[in-house]
Design a binder for this molecule. Structure first.
Ligand code: CUA
Length: 327
């Protein structure tokens, strides 16, 4: 009907039909009651018009059934919307287990993306169709907001914290991505394109271009350059926790509390090591705040992640770091 007029973005992800169904339901409920009230106002206006100007309104003392009715009907409609929206919300914030990981940072005024294979792009994001993709990102300066309308997904980029969005593209093509949080003079220019490609084309694209270190490899290099290895080693002289097989596991802290080793925990342990001390270790690690950029933090996290997740440390594992330690 309105196909020629781009009033509404196409549905480009598995999430889009869910979000749209809820959106149109709320729109329909709103329209229904708006029309009902307007029509009744006009109809009664004519029907009860007093031509003589002498009639006095009948006294109304209230109606219990009517009052219960107009309380319960909106209540159930509102609760229905609440439950439905919660289901969509949980779906939109919980990515499936196997996702293609992409790291990104927002800064005034651009989006930088990096793929696990190392490819970097600015204000452009290439992704394969039909695969769940998770973008983990943060901001290097002020609040930004990564928004891809066709995927019906958006989240704030917050300095010092990690946010993520996930989507499974269902259509190939080029689609807009935006910054949806006013962030300064050139906020309106902080836009770009998502290119959704056939899996084969995506593989070809990944293989082409300048070879770059993968985030994990760059993180490993940093790990060596910053001499983290002197403490985080896997032999008996280790003065700091082992990192192999750490990612995604539960860590026991001093005092008995526990924490899951996710992106946020690892980031905090690098920039503010005293915040959470692992049980059995001393608070001797210096802070790396200001020494590593947000992009480098993401690389270090990618490196820790590459040391194994969700499996216990295995001797001679495929992802074993080329450190001096052997276990
Ligand atoms: Cu970044 Cu608006």
């Amino acid at each position: 009907m309105l196909s020629g007029i781009p009033l509404f973005p196409v549905q480009g992800s598995t999430l889009a039909p869910e979000v749209d169904a809820l959106y149109f339901f709320i729109l329909a409920v709103t329209a229904f009651f708006a029309v009902l009230v307007s029509v009744l106002v006009i109809y009664f206006g004519f029907k009860y018009r007093d031509d003589t100007g002498l009639k006095v309104g009948a006294p109304i003392t209230g109606s219990i059934p009517l009052e219960i009715g107009w309380s319960l009907v909106p209540f159930f409609i509102a609760m229905g919307i609440f439950v439905w929206a919660s289901v969509v919300f949980f779906h939109s914030v919980r990515p499936p287990d196997q996702t293609l990981e992409i790291y990104a940072t927002g800064k005034r005024w651009m989006w930088r993306f990096q793929h696990v294979d190392g490819q970097r792009e600015i204000n452009q994001l290439h992704v394969p169709v039909g695969r769940p993709i998770k973008v983990t990102f943060t901001s290097e300066d002020v609040l930004h907001d990564l928004y891809i309308p066709v995927f019906r997904t958006k989240a704030d980029a917050i300095p010092g914290r990690y946010s993520s969005i996930w989507f499974t593209p269902t259509k190939t093509g080029e689609f807009h991505l935006f910054c949806a949080e006013y962030c300064g003079t050139r906020h309106s220019g902080m836009i770009g394109w998502v290119e959704v490609m056939e899996p084969n084309d995506f593989q070809a694209w990944l293989g082409g271009g300048r070879p770059a270190d993968s985030p994990a490899a760059a993180g490993e290099k940093l790990f060596t350059d910053l001499v983290c290895i002197t403490c985080h080693r896997d032999d008996a002289q280790a003065r700091a926790p082992q990192l192999k097989g750490l990612f995604g596991h539960t860590v026991r802290l001093q005092g008995g509390a526990t924490v899951t080793a996710d992106e946020a925990y690892i980031r905090e342990s690098i920039v503010n090591p005293q915040a959470k001390i692992v049980d059995g270790f001393l608070p001797i690690m210096p802070t790396f705040q200001g020494l590593v950029s947000e992009e480098q933090l993401l690389q270090l996290i990618a490196y820790v992640r590459s040391l194994g997740e969700a499996t216990p440390p295995a001797p001679g594992g495929a992802a074993a770091p080329p450190g001096p330690g052997k276990d």
